[in-house]
Write a protein that binds this ligand. Sequence first.
Ligand code: AHR
Length: 359
Amino acid sequence: MAAIRLGRSGRILCAALAACGLLAASCGRHEAGGPGAKAAEQGRIVMGFSQIGSESDWRAANTVSIKTEAQKRGIDLRFADAQQKQENQIKALRSFLAQKVDIIAFSPVVETGWQPVLEEVKRAGIPVILTDRGVDVTDPSLYVTFIGSDFVEEGRRAAKWFVDHTTGDVKVFELRGTPGASCATDRKKGFEEGIASCRRITVVQSQDGNFERGRGKEVMEAFLKKPEARQFNALYAHNDDMALGAIQAMKEAGLKPGKDIKIVSIDGVKAAFEAMIAGELNCTVECNPLLGPTLFDEVEAVVAVRRLQARAAEGGFFTADMKKLLAQDLGALFAKRLVIQEGVYDQSVAKDVIGTRKY
Ligand code: AHR
C-alpha cells in the first residue's frame, strides 16, 4: 500500500487508519454483496481524472493502466480525454469540482496556466494529484503529490548513449515533444546537459513533433528535403512514436535509420523494441506509463486521510496525537514527489527483453 511512500506523519496516520479498518472501508475493497458491501458503496471513492489525449502508444498504455486499476479497486473513475488541449483540461477540472468528487488527478498537457483553476479546486477542499507531467505554480500546496518520471534524467540518459556509443562528429536532429510540456522542456535540458562536455556532439536542428508519429514523419520528411540535412547523422526524439515516424520518412528517402543515422528516443514501447530488433532504432530510454497502481495507492491514502480530517473537524473522538497529525495540511503528510525508476535499452538487449515488456 501507499504508506511506504508517504512522509513520516502520513505513515503513522495510515498505520492508525489501517488498524481501525478505515483505509479498507474508504477504499471500497469489500466483496460485492458481502457484509461490508453497503458501507463500501457509501465510502466508494469518486475520482476525476483528466487525461491529455491519445497522442502516443505511451499514452494509450497509461490510460489502460489507470482505468484497469480504478476498476480493480472499485473506484468510481470519472475519466475525461482533453484531446491535447489545456482548455479542455481546465473545463474537466471545473466539472469534477461541480460533481464534488473526492479527489482529482490529472496529467497536465503543458506546464503553465494552472494556478487559477487549482486555487478554485483547493478552495473547494478537493485534493489534487499530478501524474506523469508537472505544473509550474507559485503555491506548491495546490497539489498533494506529483507521481512521474524524472524527465531531465531521461534526456541525460539519451545523451549518454550518444557519448558512449558514437565516435567522430555527431550532428543531431532533435524532435521535441509538445511545446510547453514539462517533459519536452526537461528532456531537452537533460540532453543539452549530457552532451555539454562532449564537443563532437552538437544539435544542428530542433523542431516540435507534438509526440505524434504522423507529425514526426512529416517533420523529418520536410527536413530531409533541406540542404542542411546532408550533414546530419543522428536523431534524438523526445518519444518513440516520433522516432518511429521519422524512421519511416528516412526509409522512404533511401536512408538507413539505425546505421546512417543513429537514433535514440524515449518511452520504451513495444514498437520501439521491434524497431531495435530490426536494426532501425539504436536505443530507447524507458519512461514507464504504468502509473495506475502507484496513483491509486496514493489516491486511497489521501482520501482516507481527508475523510479522517473531516471527522476530526466534526468533533469526532481522537487522541491528542492524532488530532495534531490531522490538523496538518495534506502536503505535510505525503511525499511531494514520487519518481518512477526506469531503465535504458539498446539493440544489444532488445531481443532478450521484448518478451518481458508490458506496454
Ligand atoms: O508525458 C509523457 C510523454 O507523453 C511520453 O513520453 C509521450 O510518449 C507522451 O505522449
